[in-house]
Design a protein around this ligand. Sequence first.
Ligand code: DAH
Length: 329
Amino acid sequence: MTIQEQLQELNTVAIDAIAKSDRLDDLEQLRVKYLGKKGQVSQILRGMGKLSPEERPVVGSLANVVKSEVQASLEQRKQVLQQAEITAQIQAETIDVTMPGVNRPLGRVHPLNGVVDRVLDIFVGLGYTVATGPQIETDYYNFEALNTPPDHPARDMQDTFYLPGGHLLRTHTSSVQIRYMENHEPPIRIIAPGRVYRRDTVDATHSAVFNQVEILAIDKGLKFTDLKGTIKEFLQRMFGDELPVQFRTSYFPFTEPSAEVDVQWQGKWLEVMGCGMVDPNVLQAVGYDPEIYTGFAAGFGVERFAMVLHQIDDIRRLYNSDLRFLNQF
Ligand code: DAH
């Protein structure tokens, strides 16, 4: 075969192979095979040395024609294959707009936390600072420093879980009063939310674990009217303006005088909190001079507030994480 014939043959074979290739990778291999430095066209042209000077330019221009024809069909095929690749990709990525969406339910605040948040908001607005204390307490902070020595009959008011080593689970957040006063000088205004424990039999209104909020204010010249004003303001912001409120005489070892607060709820008086003027013995226990400072304190159960606000009939609903219940808040 002459060089011309070889070139012509290559042209036909190459264009045919290019037309049949259906992958971009294969196409690149064909380009190297025919047009690359060590490709077939170069190999054929190596035989040019044996040609006469007249033949050389003829073969040279034929080689150029073959090269550009092969190059052109490579380009053309490449475009076709690229377009097909894009089409396939688009088809694979098609979004089915009729497909139902994935439902991601919104989380919400638990009704107990909702009450605590509201209470904290109100008291922080009145200038109070949030304080906390440990749930495992000593007898001293839970009882003794709160004017409740070991043989005091008031200990019966709060049936206690005792732990080994003189510890106990705090029966009320009043222990935080002592811890805070020990480390701060008056004037003091604190609000202390937290979990408390009692050996109560569980029923619709009792739980062995529940939540309280404690309020304490110590300053020069604080009087019972300050306590009353603060509590009334708080209850009105919590339950609304028209709510009738009454203070009823009561007894707590750590306050003197002491009172319980009732709100008028669905036709009857409902007890919502205990309060009073801090007993001088409590002030003395933390090294405050009761001749200079007076104060008031109050404490209430968060569950009770949540039940009144949301008309919940059973305290246990607040603990068993039933979404049919929780979704209503
Ligand atoms: N600690 C009391 C209880 O759990 C509630 C209480 C009453 C707290 C009077 C006070 C208070 O701060 O002054 O029953």
